[in-house]
Ligand binder design. Structure first.
Ligand SMILES: C[S@@+](CC[C@H](N)C(=O)[O-])C[C@H]1O[C@@H](n2cnc3c(N)ncnc32)[C@H](O)[C@@H]1O
Length: 221
C-alpha cells in the first residue's frame, strides 16, 4: 500500500471512531465542491483539533486569515461561548459568499464575521477598531506569513495562541534554495519566531487525508 493510502485509512479509522458523523459539516464540503472551491480546507480531524484547543483555552475571540468556504471558521465558532466571535478574512468574494451561506446553514452566523478583501488591508482596520484576539489561525497566502505574524503580535491578548497551517509543504520547507515564494514566506516566518522574546513556539509535522504537512503553534507571552 502507498504511504498516502495508509494515512487516508488511518484518518478514516480515527474519524469513524472519534468524530461523530456531522451532516452540517459534510454539507459545507459538498457546497464548496459544487461551487468549485478547492479542497484545501483543514481535514475533519484537524478541524476538531482546532475546536478542542479553542475550548481548552476558553478562547473568546478568534482571528482567522483565510476563510475559503468557512469550514474551519465553523469549527472555531462551535467551540466559542455564545458571546464569542470569529473574524475571518478572505480575499475572494465568491469564496466569501459561499462561506457566509455555509456559516448561516451551520447556525453560526451570530458568531462569525466574514471580512472580504486583502487581509493586509483589513488587519489595520481591526487594530483601529481596538479589537484584540486570543487565537490566530494563519491559513492564507504563505508568502505573507511574516506580515501576518507581525499583525498577530499587534492584535494579541496576553497568552494568545498563534497557529500557522501548511508550514511543511511536503518537506519543501527545508529547501534553502527554493524559489517558491510560499516556502520562502514560511521560512521567513520561522526566522521571525526564532529567539523571539515574546513567543514560545513549536512545529508539528502531520500526515493524513491532506497529505504530508504540518503546523506551527506559538504562545504570546
Ligand atoms: C487554505 S485556504 C483556507 C482554508 C480554511 N481556513 C479552512 O480550513 O476551511 C486559504 C484561503 O486564503 C485566501 N487568501 C489567499 N490570499 C489572501 C489574502 N491576501 N487575503 C485574504 N485571504 C487570502 C484564499 O482565497 C483561500 O480561500
Amino acid at each position: 500500500m502507498e504511504r498516502s493510502e495508509v494515512w487516508n485509512k488511518v484518518d478514516e479509522y480515527f474519524g469513524n471512531k472519534l468524530l461523530p458523523s456531522d451532516s452540517t459539516l459534510e454539507q459545507v464540503l459538498l457546497k464548496n465542491k459544487e461551487a468549485d472551491i478547492p479542497e484545501i480546507d483543514v481535514s475533519p480531524a484537524q478541524g476538531k483539533f482546532l475546536y478542542l484547543l479553542t475550548k481548552i483555552k476558553a478562547i473568546k475571540n478568534v482571528l482567522e486569515i483565510g476563510t475559503l468556504g468557512g469550514y474551519s471558521s465553523i469549527w472555531f465558532a462551535r467551540a466559542l461561548p455564545e458571546h464569542g466571535k470569529v473574524y475571518t478574512l478572505e480575499i475572494d468574494p465568491d469564496f466569501a459568499k459561499v462561506a457566509k451561506e455555509n456559516i448561516r446553514n451551520a447556525q453560526c452566523e451570530h458568531k462569525v464575521e466574514v471580512l472580504v478583501g486583502e487581509a493586509l488591508d483589513t488587519l489595520p482596520k481591526l487594530k483601529a477598531d481596538g479589537l484584540l484576539f486570543d487565537l490566530f489561525f494563519i491559513d492564507a497566502d504563505k508568502q505573507n506569513n511574516p506580515q501576518y505574524l507581525k499583525w498577530a503580535l499587534e492584535l494579541a491578548n496576553p497568552g494568545a495562541l498563534i497557529i500557522a497551517d501548511n508550514v511543511v509543504r511536503d518537506g519543501l520547507v527545508v529547501d534553502v534554495e527554493s524559489t517558491d515564494e510560499r516556502v520562502q514566506g514560511v521560512r521567513e516566518f520561522v526566522d521571525l519566531l526564532e529567539n523571539n522574546p515574546r513567543l514560545e513556539s513549536t512545529a508539528i509535522q502531520t500526515v493524513g487525508s491532506k497529505g504530508y504537512d504540518g503546523f506551527i503553534m506559538s504562545v504570546v507571552k
